[in-house]
Design a protein around this ligand. Structure first.
Ligand SMILES: O=C(O)CCC(=O)C(=O)O
Length: 266
């Protein structure tokens, strides 16, 4: 999959790009099933909300076949390679749950702020590409983005280790207000299988989910190989040290896996 000149321009100008209908329902259904199995496991990579509901599962591409195939999927790898003009490695991999009734807030932040401060990533030549596993609606804690905020570089931030279970370098209200005054806020919504890519310096957040509708999203953090991290402080399963370029799998790989799984279950 190749991005058009217009899509590349929108990404450069606004800092984000939404690609509906990237994955078929059968491909997403197997991911949902596997995510629930992972959340039910008692392992260090699964972080929980204060209530015990799952918040995020790290590094699932290293221990789950469906998520391994997703992590090397050409529909995700190729567009990001196109933006950075080089091969990529996986810096981080998360399955965020934003569980029904219990999914908690993600405070306003820039991802690259954390990758630079905590992992020693030299440049913002990495980005998150998100795959919606559930329908993301205005009401179930969609990701909120501040368009154009990626043009402001790394903003000063405080290390929030209190308000959620996930330590994050977060922005103050004055900074967010100033940026929103300029760029507004968008909250892309869409069906399972949609993909959202956004610049590492784009300011974003999400509100708690108090609805009965879960909002599971997988995030691949893809980094240009030449921009690999230099001074990691977080565990390997949060900030990966394997800088091997990702070799994309066949476009049909996830669908083939879903179908063989279905046949085996019948
Ligand atoms: O999933 C969410 O709602 C927010 C995730 C996020 O901001 C992040 O992973 O940096």
């Amino acid at each position: 999959m190749q991005l058009t000149a217009q899509q590349l321009k929108q990404f450069a100008d606004e800092g984000w790009l939404f690609l509906p209908d990237c994955f078929a329902e059968a491909e997403v259904a197997i991911l949902r099933d596997e995510a629930e199995c992972i959340y039910a496991e008692n392992r260090q990579e699964v972080w929980r909300e204060k209530t015990g509901a799952p918040r995020t599962a790290f590094a699932a591409h290293t221990y789950n076949e469906a998520f391994r195939l997703l992590g090397s999927h050409p529909r995700l790898i190729r567009p990001v390679e196109q933006v950075f003009g080089e091969h990529l490695y996986m810096h981080q991999y998360k399955i965020n749950a934003k569980a029904a009734f219990e999914g908690d807030v993600w405070q306003w932040h820039q991802d690259y702020g954390t990758w630079a401060r905590d992992d020693g990533m030299p440049e913002p030549r990495a980005m998150n590409i998100a795959v919606f596993m559930d329908e993301v609606m205005p009401i179930n804690g969609p990701l909120m983005l501040v368009p154009k905020s990626h043009k402001h570089g790394v903003l000063s931030a405080g290390h929030d280790v209190e308000t959620t279970s996930y330590p994050l370098w977060t922005l103050d209200q004055e900074t967010v207000t100033r940026l929103v005054h300029e760029g507004g806020i968008v909250a892309p919504t869409g069906k399972p299988g949609a993909v959202l890519m956004f610049h590492g310096n784009l300011v974003h957040a999400s509100a708690p989910n108090i609805t009965p509708y879960p909002r599971r999203i997988v995030y691949l953090t893809l980094c240009a190989v030449s921009n690999h991290i230099r001074k990691p402080t977080r565990p390997e399963w949060i900030a990966h040290r394997d800088f091997t370029p990702i070799e994309p799998v066949a476009d049909s790989a996830l669908m083939d896996y879903a179908q063989s799984h279905k046949l085996a279950a019948e």
